[in-house]
Write a protein that binds this ligand. Structure first.
Ligand SMILES: C[S@@+](CC[C@H](N)C(=O)[O-])C[C@H]1O[C@@H](n2cnc3c(N)ncnc32)[C@H](O)[C@@H]1O
Length: 279
C-alpha cells in the first residue's frame, strides 16, 4: 500500500501521492523497476532536478509530457531513477570463479562474456582484468559485452576514468598493470589502460525489451544487483531470454541479495549466487 505523501512546505514543487503513483507506473512499464512506497523522497529529489533543468513548474506538467511514449524526456527520466551503485571486484568470489573457468577453456577458443547491468563500468573492467590475468596462462580470444539501460552510466563506462579512491582496495600490482594515473588537471583520477578498453564493447540494452540484439553464446553472464529492482514475474521473463544465451556449461552470476527459487526450471544453483542452466 502506498504511504500518504505529507505536504511538505519546504518543497520547491508540489508532489502529490498521485504524482508518485504515476512515476511508479511509468518506470515499472519502461524499465521493470518496481519502486517501493518508501522511495518518495528519493523520487522527488531526483526528478526535481529534471523539473529545474527544464524549467517546468509542476510534477503534473512534467509527467504529462511522459504520456507521450516518444517524448525526448524519457531517457533522462529513466537515467534519473536508476540506481547505479557498483565497485571494482564487487563480490570478489565471482571473479575467482571466472578465472578458474577461463583456465578450463580450450586453448585458442573464442570466449564471450556479458555484463548485463554494467553501470559505470567497474564490473566489466574487473572482468577484463581477470581475463588479462588468465591470458598469462592460457591463450584465448575473449570479448566482453557490457550493457545497461542508463545512457549516462554507459558514457562514464566508455571513458574508463575513475577517481583514485575507487581503486584503492586493488593490489599494487593490479593498479600498476591496468590503470594509468592522471596528472595535471587529471590529478586524483585514473584511466583504465587501452588493453582493457579494447576488450569491452558498451551498448545500451533494456533487459525488459522483448527482443535483444545479442547472439552469444556467453560462457559467463553477470546479471548482478539489477534483478533486485524487478518483481518476480519480470525476473522470470528476463531469465527466460537470458538463460538460452549461455553456453551449455556457462554460468550466470547474480547479486548477493537476489534469489531465484521461482525459476528452478530455468537455472540451478552451483555455488554462492552462481547458477547454471537447468538440465
Ligand atoms: C546497482 S547497479 C549494478 C551494477 C553492477 N552490476 C554491480 O553489481 O555492481 C544496477 C544497474 O542496473 C541498471 N538497470 C536498471 N534497470 C535496467 C533494465 N531494465 N535494463 C538494463 N539495465 C537496467 C541500472 O541502470 C544500473 O546501472
Amino acid at each position: 500500500m502506498t504511504q500518504a505523501v505529507l505536504p511538505d512546505s519546504t518543497r520547491e514543487f508540489e508532489f502529490t501521492p498521485a504524482d508518485f503513483e504515476r512515476v511508479r507506473k511509468l518506470i515499472y512499464q519502461r524499465a521493470g523497476i518496481a519502486l517501493a512506497p518508501s522511495k518518495q523522497d528519493m523520487v522527488y529529489s531526483r526528478l526535481a532536478r529534471r523539473l529545474r533543468a527544464r524549467q517546468i513548474d509542476s510534477f503534473k506538467a512534467y509527467l504529462d509530457d511522459l504520456d507521450d511514449p516518444l517524448s525526448a524526456e524519457w531517457e533522462a527520466f529513466v537515467n534519473a531513477l536508476t540506481t547505479n551503485l557498483t565497485s571494482f571486484f564487487r563480490e570478489a568470489h565471482h571473479f575467482d570463479r571466472l578465472y578458474e573457468l577461463l583456465l578450463k577453456q580450450t586453448p585458442g577458443s573464442e570466449v564471450l562474456l556479458w555484463s548485463s547491468a554494467s553501470s559505470t563500468g567497474e564490473e566489466p573492467y574487473s572482468m577484463a582484468i581477470t581475463v588479462m590475468e588468465a591470458l598469462d596462462k592460457v591463450r584465448l580470444r575473449v570479448r566482453i559485452l557490457a550493457t545497461d539501460l542508463d545512457t549516462n552510466v554507459l558514457e562514464t563506462a566508455r571513458q574508463g576514468v575513475y577517481a583514485l579512491d575507487r581503486i584503492e582496495k586493488l593490489s599494487e600490482e593490479r593498479k600498476r598493470r591496468f590503470f594509468l594515473r592522471g596528472s595535471g588537471s587529471a590529478q586524483g583520477y585514473v584511466r583504465v589502460r587501452d588493453e582493457l578498453r579494447a576488450m569491452v564493447s558498451f551498448q545500451q540494452l533494456n533487459l525488459l525489451d522483448p527482443q535483444w540484439p545479442l547472439k552469444g553464446p556467453f560462457t559467463v553472464i553477470f546479471c548482478r544487483n539489477v534483478m533486485i529492482y524487478f518483481d518476480k514475474p519480470t525476473q522470470y521473463r528476463v531469465l527466460q531470454k537470458m538463460v538460452p544465451l549461455l553456453t551449455p556449461d556457462g554460468l550466470l552470476f547474480t547479486g548477493h541479495s537476489e534469489s531465484f527459487f521461482h525459476a528452478t526450471d530455468l537455472i540451478q544453483p552451483c555455488g554462492r549466487t552462481i547458477y547454471r542452466r537447468a538440465r
